[in-house]
Design a protein around this ligand. Structure first.
Ligand SMILES: C[S@@+](CC[C@H](N)C(=O)[O-])C[C@H]1O[C@@H](n2cnc3c(N)ncnc32)[C@H](O)[C@@H]1O
Length: 276
């Protein structure tokens, strides 16, 4: 894309997804690096294990998993631009021999049965039109001893109708406010049982930090090609999105949910305990 030709109107018409493509913002699993480290250690990933990262985007989770654990990671996405950026980043980090990035649809994976030791679907399932089909695909490609890791985001405080409308417009997906119970029922109603579950609430990021982040992202070299008016508009629009997401996330949390295929022949644990 020739950025020097972009006008203020072009930028004002862009959805959030188009804007993050333009500014090359990194897409992360909820909780970022901490979540990835938790998953890699709790699931004892190591060299020789095979991991599938669903909706890998620019490959952040896949690259971190490969470099932390030495496992082989396949990242899939429906966006070829993100995948080619993921391949570049894997090379820079030095894990290109451990990672492959493929165009593939989460709801119709062209991957073999019972092949992976772990499938990570982050928060991606919430974006899919046929969640049940995606879950059956995760299950199909997972070995019987494998782990399914989901990190669903959900509301912990009831959002207003206006907030839901604003976020739906921003991400161009008609969102329905979902709560933790929905995701627990969804992931456990089939063949999976919960192995580990850890809850988080999003931090309330102060406005100064938001401004600094916007300045940092918008000072990227490739954006210097924008004309002055387009650059000013981009700054305003991007900052508005960040403030909207900050407000939305102040109502939200997420759970790192590690599931495994149930072994129905083994009796359930009775005397469970909780951390003090
Ligand atoms: C928010 S990002 C994911 C960030 C991070 N990997 C996570 O786990 O939350 C969502 C990604 O899912 C991808 N995506 C959307 N629909 C998909 C589908 N049907 N199959 C595979 N990827 C899909 C998008 O292209 C985008 O890169």
């Amino acid at each position: 894309m020739d950025l020097s030709k972009l006008t203020e109107q072009d930028i004002m018409k862009m959805s959030y997804n188009e804007l993050i493509g333009l500014v090359r913002e990194t897409n992360r699993i909820p909780g970022g690096a901490q979540t990835v480290a938790y998953i890699a250690s709790m699931c004892c990933l190591h060299e020789g294990k095979r991991v599938l990262d669903i909706g890998t985007s620019t490959g952040n989770t896949a690259i971190d998993i490969a470099s932390l654990s030495g496992a082989e990671v396949v990242g899939i996405d429906i966006n070829e631009d993100s995948l080619s950026e993921a391949r570049k980043r894997a090379k820079i980090v030095g894990v290109d021999s451990k990672t492959t990035f493929e165009l593939n649809d989460a709801m119709n994976l062209s991957l073999p049965d019972k092949f992976f030791d772990m499938v990570i679907c982050g928060n991606v399932t919430s974006l899919l039109s046929d969640k049940e089909k995606a879950l059956s695909e995760y299950q199909r490609v997972l070995r019987d001893t494998g782990f399914l890791v989901a990190v669903p985001m959900y509301y912990i405080k009831k959002p207003s109708d206006q907030l839901i409308k604003d976020v739906s417009n921003a991400i161009q997906v008609n969102i329905k406010p979902l709560y933790k119970d929905f995701w627990i029922d969804f992931f456990t109603k089939g063949d999976f049982e919960i192995f580990l579950e850890k809850d988080f609430a999003f931090d309330n990021i102060d406005e100064e930090k938001i401004n600094q982040f916007c300045d940092y992202i918008l000072s990227r070299e490739h954006l210097k090609d924008l004309n002055e008016k387009a650059a000013i508009t981009l700054k305003e629009v991007y900052r508005r999105y960040m403030l909207l997401f900050r407000y939305n996330l102040s109502h939200m949390g997420y759970t790192i949910l590690i599931l495994r295929k149930s072994h129905k022949e083994i009796d359930p644990e009775l005397f469970t305990a909780h951390a003090l």
